[in-house]
Design a protein around this ligand. Structure first.
Ligand code: PAN
Ligand code: ZN
Length: 189
């Protein structure tokens, strides 16, 4: 396959505010609310209570329109709001890439938390996320962001445009470890 297949794209640029973590004029904004997260948290009743209150936004992904084909790179801002479901920290759904041998970089712009990662044979690894730290998610590792702080956890993500997202396997398997805040302290179990 040749990365120059298809129509030639005109070079372009986008402004990203590295203080606020805002992408100027995204082409697409994906929003996940509490009601999109059924099945992901340990305390299902606490999630239902949250949905019944005001169904808060859990996270948003701001993207530019880029062909999802070999040779291109997808880039986005991932913004995970602070909060807890019961005592479990807000998190993204998490996924493997459909082409599982594709990596991803997450440059944390704002906030604190973890990138929780796992392989299909159950090996788990977490990396702290904080401002100015980049996490490298190697090929074959499912990945989920977790916000342990009190401000949004914002990352700039880049990955191969044809990677695709496999949510189904994580929806079934989950991750071996979860992150909680108990008596003001982080607990990973
Ligand atoms: C990120 C994620 C984003 C939202 O752009 O898609 O943080 O998380 P979920 O996709 O798990 O809901 C990424 O990893 N893209 O591949
Ligand atoms: Zn990914």
């Amino acid at each position: 396959m040749n990365a120059t297949d298809g129509p030639l794209m005109t070079p372009w640029a986008v402004d990203i505010d590295l203080v606020t973590g805002t992408m100027a004029e995204p082409d697409r904004v994906l929003t996940r609310k509490a009601s999109d997260m059924r099945g992901y948290y340990r305390d299902e009743a606490a999630l239902e209570q949250l949905i019944g209150q005001d169904d808060p936004i859990h996270y948003e992904v701001f993207e530019k329109r880029i062909p999802e084909t070999y040779g291109h790179l997808l880039l986005c801002i991932s913004k995970l709001y602070p909060g807890c479901v019961g005592d479990e920290c807000f998190m993204t759904k998490g996924h493997y890439h459909t082409i599982s041998g594709t990596a991803e970089t997450y440059l944390c712009i704002r906030g604190t938390g973890y990138m929780m990662m796992k392989t299909s044979d159950g090996v788990c690894h977490s990396e702290a996320m904080r401002r100015h730290r980049m996490v490298y998610v190697p090929p074959h590792w499912a990945h989920r962001s977790i916000n342990t702080g009190d401000e949004p956890l914002i990352s700039f993500c880049v990955y191969p445009a044809d990677a695709g997202h496999n949510y189904g396997d994580i929806a079934t398997e989950g991750f071996p470890r979860r992150v909680f805040i108990r008596q003001g302290k982080e607990v990973i179990e």
